[in-house]
Design a protein around this ligand. Structure first.
Ligand SMILES: Nc1ncnc2c1ncn2[C@@H]1O[C@H](COP(=O)(O)OP(=O)(O)OP(=O)(O)O)[C@@H](O)[C@H]1O
Ligand SMILES: [Mg+2]
Length: 204
């Protein structure tokens, strides 16, 4: 079964059409890049799939279930993780930022702390462990947001230019992590640097 089906999706802002009759399907575990110039609607698409924005018309299905207009949005959202270009972070340490999401989403695992330490190491964040996340640089915040999203082991990972502020080394590390996740991934990007690592490209 297709993981995501986007059917005749359109979005209009103030009478101006941003996305018009968009159709595509993403299979389970597939990793696709959504590309298009500035203002082509990439962020809007990510926001509609994550139920933060309502389409003007058309529907989105997630594992067969129509999620557009879903009443219990939280039930759909907890199966996804979203990383925005300028990710909001909690006003607490880097460690607690990663731990917080896990605690909310049933993080009653053994070796909780050891596990998070491992994640911090994997994402080059060990030295920043106790730093307040609000004071991180743009690239560091993006690393944190990606780490925080991946530890949730979401079925669907939605990424909006997640490496745009990262240096080449961290960007490579992030792309490796994205490649290796079992999650279905939709990544929005204006450039084709990330596309080679994805299974497929959707142009909007
Ligand atoms: N809430 C809103 N109200 C009005 N117009 C909006 C709103 N959100 C987005 N738009 C418009 O919709 C268009 C698409 O915006 P969007 O942010 O989805 O583009 P994008 O492809 O992500 O661009 P970029 O590459 O710059 O990130 C833009 O013209 C933008 O001005
Ligand atoms: Mg955008």
């Amino acid at each position: 079964m297709a993981e995501i089906v986007v059917k005749d999706l359109s979005k209009t802002f103030d009478g101006r059409s941003v996305i018009k009759d968009l159709n595509f399907t993403v299979s389970k575990g597939e990793k696709v890049a959504v590309i298009g110039p500035n203002g082509s609607g990439k962020t809007t698409l990510i926001r509609m799939i994550s139920l933060l924005e309502q389409p003007t018309s058309g529907d989105i299905y997630f594992t067969g279930e129509k999620i557009t207009g879903a009443v219990e949005k939280w039930r759909v959202r907890r199966r996804m993780a979203v990383v925005f270009q300028r990710p909001p972070v909690l006003n607490t340490s880097v460690y607690e930022n990663i731990a917080a999401g896990l605690k909310i989403r049933g993080g009653n695992r053994r070796n909780f702390a050891t596990w998070i330490e491992g994640v911090l190491r994997d994402f080059n964040l060990s030295e920043l462990r106790d730093k307040n996340a609000r004071r991180l640089s743009g690239g560091e915040k993006q690393l944190l947001a990606l780490a925080r999203a991946l530890v949730l082991e979401p079925e669907l990972l939605l990424l909006d230019e997640p490496t745009s502020n990262m240096d080449p080394e961290n960007s490579a590390l992030a792309m490796k992590a994205i490649e290796n996740t079992k999650a279905t991934v939709i990544i929005a990007s204006p450039t084709d640097a990330v596309h080679r690592q994805m299974n497929r490209t959707i142009t909007i």
